[in-house]
Design a protein. Sequence first.
Length: 211
Amino acid sequence: MQSSRSRGGCPGGGKSSPEYVETDPSGRYGRFKEVLGKGAMKTVYKAFDEATGMEVAWNQVKLNDVFHSPVELQRLYSEVHLLRDLDHPSIMKFHSSWANPDRRTFNFISELFTSGTLREYRKKYPRVSIGAVKNWARQILEGLAYLHSHDPPVIHRDLKCDNIFVNGHLGQIKIGDLGLAAILNNSKHAHSVIGTFPTTSSLSTLALLGS
């Protein structure tokens, strides 16, 4: 959905802000051109939440790409399905999702991290005290404890520095990328979220993620 709205600058003649490339169906979230990250399955853009006045991450998936790969489609479903149900300071926060039939994209809004992944952050700042590392480890362990004590319990299964995100100005660490996560059933056996998604290539099915 194209947005024709332009955001004005600060009162008094300050610089005008960039125009949105597109907005979500409600008009609450506006996406900019700036790319924050790109993977095999999705591209992450900087966006703005007009309701809270906060910058957010706009995750966009080209449906033509994932529909040719059932595994990637199911990973997408896994990530959105789990993020929508989780709520913890050490877990990436999920805000909204929807499908755009005209652009043939699936989009979801998540928390924006100012400093990228933990791997990128460590490369940028190699000299870190043991105290700082312990603080990071504590936050990661608290996030894992929350996942494992969730009802039903969740196992991440792909925990690494590339899937841990940083807000460097706050010293804040959060776990993300739950595309390979598994749920423990009553028998304590890991049941992957992958495989629970209906095997279909219809756009209307993927739109269920946004409902």
